[in-house]
Design a protein around this ligand. Sequence first.
Ligand SMILES: Cc1cc2nc3c(=O)[nH]c(=O)nc-3n(C[C@H](O)[C@H](O)[C@H](O)COP(=O)(O)OP(=O)(O)OC[C@H]3O[C@@H](n4cnc5c(N)ncnc54)[C@H](O)[C@@H]3O)c2cc1C
Length: 289
Amino acid sequence: MGRTGAESTAAVVGGGPAGLMAAEVLARAGVRVTVHEHMPSVGRKLLLAGRSGLNLTHSEPLEVMIGRYGRAASRLEPALRAFDAAALRAWSADLGEPTFIGTSRRVFPASMRATPLLRAWLRRLDELEVVIETRVRWTGWDHDGSVLMEHADGRTTSVSADVVVFALGGASWPRVGSDGGWVPLFREAGIDVRSLRSANCGLVRGWSADFLEHHGGEPLKNVQLSAGDVRARGDIVITATGLEGGPVYTVSSAVRDEIAGGSPGMLTVNLLPDQSATQVALRLGQRRP
Ligand SMILES: Cc1cc2nc3c(=O)[nH]c(=O)nc-3n(C[C@H](O)[C@H](O)[C@H](O)COP(=O)(O)OP(=O)(O)OC[C@H]3O[C@@H](n4cnc5c(N)ncnc54)[C@H](O)[C@@H]3O)c2cc1C
């Protein structure tokens, strides 16, 4: 797709899904875009996410989804309304990856994987004449406000553009490029950055050897978890170090906040959420001790 007229330029730093989406939107608006990525290829974390089934979005009503963002909800609401789950699904289908709604009401691409989606996305960006430059690491700002890029051969170049988009990701999984190295650079430049926190993670629990021997690796089906005001229901797994699974990830930020607030981080697991305590007592009473 060609562009006409005087062109604005954009430097997008970071080639994860956020950076690639920024590049697509800018290129469609007629801006000449270069994506600068310090790994040998873009979208590595997205590919990792696709290994366990790429959950693109959720089919729940938009109002409910907005509420999931907690304190950030009001800030993110305009973006979520402008590009909601239906728009994301249409975007994926347009890239040749139609989506389906799973039993958990979460939305996945038909292939479940990220590889075909990323491949088609990169083809589209190429058609939009987006330049992707890899093995260049953003290291700060030059005195004139342009951004400094360190190349694999040790050279540093200065890039100036009409707009610079930083899409540098978080700090989990540094081996896919998201190492959080941008935080001190921003702080040194006087930009206030809140400390990075895990948004979505498994929970660590010191199981006894005896418990692990009997239950390690076991799934807990259709349980209800609650922590703080957050509840989640579904299947979880007892791992060697704690608990994993969709509902665990949903409540993990509430547990994190409790720990940060000085509490022990209380997680309640209801193993039989559809039965009352009386019903459970009755059933247990009917069993052999
Ligand atoms: C195991 C796993 C499973 C997941 N499953 C899902 C899922 O099913 N659904 C879902 O929606 N999300 C999932 N996620 C989360 C998802 O991968 C992230 O939310 C997403 O990748 C964030 O996108 P981003 O573009 O903000 O950041 P990132 O993907 O982290 O991209 C940031 C990019 O910036 C680059 N970069 C960083 N610093 C510099 C620098 N100084 N100079 C140049 N480049 C730099 C990095 O190399 C990276 O390519 C999963 C994550 C993991 C680890």
